[in-house]
Design a protein around this ligand. Sequence first.
Ligand code: SF4
Ligand code: SF4
Length: 277
Amino acid sequence: MTKSLLIDVNKCNGCFNCFLACRDEHYGNDYQSYSISQPLNGQFWMRIKEIERGVYPRPKLSYIPLPCLHCKSAPCVAAGKDNAVYRRDDGIVMIDPEKAKGQKEIVNACPYRSVFWNEEKQVPQKCNMCAHRLDEGEKEPRCVEACPTGALVFGDIDDPNSEISRLAAQLELEDLNPEFKTEPLVKYSCLPKRFIAGEIVFKDRQGECAQGVKVTLEGDGIDLETETDPFGDFEFEGLEKNKTYRIFVKQTGYGVRHFEVMTRTDVNLGEIVLSPK
Ligand code: SF4
Ligand code: SF4
């Protein structure tokens, strides 16, 4: 059995319910050998990272829930002395609150900054997937229970009939910061990438929204097609960073517009005027 968490970034609306549920579970509560109480301030066992994308008039905000990722090659485990940080058989990475006393280096070992220092108790602390609850027979951690959108799915990834296994087979799962090479058990879907957007207007039909205009994107081995919405807007989302794409705008009776775009950042092509042939 391997416990895992799947985070669908597309479904997260940044409501902070998961963070609050975590606070409610862990602030003021000691759970014997599992964990001691979070202090009043300064600890975010479930962080919500806000990622601002694009610029006005096409800004976007994405939210990335970030708990401990329960890595298989965990630098925090290596940093802890006397087995103070260990991996359970079900994959959960635990900090022993007694053995870890005074070991501040465990905080600095985590590349995701998911370990926090309790100054008063002189101990490192982090998310342990509410292991005390799971061992009592609860199905999921408090954060998962509190999420109203289904952005967090928890379960046994080794069980082919579990919800998490079913979703893992359907979605394209990714690691957060794969360059850290820590093999996280917690997986993500739909991490923010790049988008290319624009607005189409007709030169000879001012005041009329250019709905239904065909826009295609080619490059980096992909070929996508979309149509402008009722406001004349279009968007290609989930594109790779630092790639070159070609955009074609085609409408019967109008000249074709063509753009070559590099996705160093998100790109808004702005107003694209179609002139009659
Ligand atoms: S995310 Fe950080 S604290 Fe959690 S297991 Fe990985 S290295 Fe350790
Ligand atoms: S509770 Fe769910 S939707 Fe709300 S911030 Fe957490 S993960 Fe996102």
